[in-house]
Design a protein around this ligand. Structure first.
Ligand code: HEM
Length: 285
């Protein structure tokens, strides 16, 4: 299976291709293999998250309307009399199904190659819904008493800005047919729009491996949470940038280093997804 994490013939990186000719196939193959492994772990973890979101919020909203959100995991899910806020949160969680469910599909060249119209339609939907739901999220963060404190609110607001920036560049380069640049900005958008999911699997990975060092269980505050508020988007974007640099480079050492970083990320992603599924999502259903 290939994904956009490989420099595939279906969607080549000009710089990556010339580099791979200079450094020989093995470092590129190992790098591409690490990217595919990470993609498989991430797609599985994201689709389990989507299942939880759909199974948790759709029945609650369908049966009881906005007040049904009181029975979900969102402590401030429903506020009587706040129509705009209730609409924003209902829209936010329903649209999350499209964004998190559709993201991995966009990264598969097989789907893009065989169903280009579907890829374009889902791509437009993804970009627009990610941008609009980030605005809804901003409204919620700054008008409702959601967890996270000031640092958490600033960090997730920064994520909204990153989503808008990545979406704007992805659209711009698609319109000007600069496909390799479009591909890279679309992948950055995928990382920024997945921050909510990265936060949950990162947190549960930490609980599983350390028991929750740096997190006060009473207040749900602490240095590790402060770190995670920014790491949820910074680490995925930095690892992706390293991956791009390694694709473009002619140095085998950089390709191996990036592959090792991606393989470690794959382990954390798989374990974190497992821990979040068992400890967070399944118990809520
Ligand atoms: C575009 C990518 C995003 C997706 C797919 C997404 C998805 C979600 C999901 C699924 C939930 C429910 C979480 C759960 O049940 O565990 C949620 C909650 C929430 N999201 Fe987002 N979100 C995104 C971006 C944002 C942004 C950028 C902000 C703020 C600027 C934001 C603010 C919130 C807030 C305030 C909640 C309620 C949290 C709570 O009460 O604990 N989201 N989001």
């Amino acid at each position: 299976m290939t994904t956009l994490f490989e420099t595939s013939p279906a969607m080549p990186s000009a710089a990556g291709q010339s580099a791979s000719r200079q450094s020989g196939p093995w470092p590129d193959r190992i790098l591409g293999f690490s990217g595919v492994l990470w993609f498989l772990a991430a797609a599985a973890g994201q689709w389990i998250f989507v299942y939880y979101v759909a199974a948790s919020y759709l029945p609650a909203l369908a049966q009881n309307g906005f007040p049904g959100l009181e029975d979900t995991a969102l402590p401030e899910g429903y506020v009587a009399g706040d129509l705009i806020g209730n609409l924003a949160i209902a829209f936010h969680v329903v649209i999350a199904i499209v964004i998190i469910g559709g993201g991995p599909l966009q990264l598969m060249p097989q789907i893009r190659g065989r169903f280009p119209a579907f890829h374009r339609y889902l791509g437009r939907t993804y970009v627009i819904t990610a941008a609009v739901t980030s605005a809804a999220g901003l409204h919620l963060v700054w008008t409702r008493g959601v967890p996270g404190g000031m640092v958490g609110h600033i960090a997730i607001s920064l994520d909204a800005v990153l989503i808008w920036i990545c979406a704007a560049f992805a659209i711009r380069f698609a319109m000007t047919r600069q496909i390799d640049r479009h591909r890279r900005w679309a992948m950055r958008l995928f990382m920024a729009a997945s921050a909510v999911w990265f936060f949950r699997i990162g947190l549960m990975f930490w609980f599983m491996t350390t028991g929750g060092i740096g997190i006060d269980p009473e207040t749900f505050e602490g240095p590790f949470l402060t770190f995670m508020y920014f790491a949820q988007m910074a680490i995925p974007l930095l690892v992706l940038q390293l991956y791009f640099q390694a694709q473009d480079s002619k140095h085998a050492g950089l390709k191996f280093t990036a592959a090792i970083v991606v393989l470690v990320s794959t382990g954390v992603t798989a374990l974190g997804s497992f821990a979040a599924t068992m400890g967070m999502w399944l118990p809520r259903l």
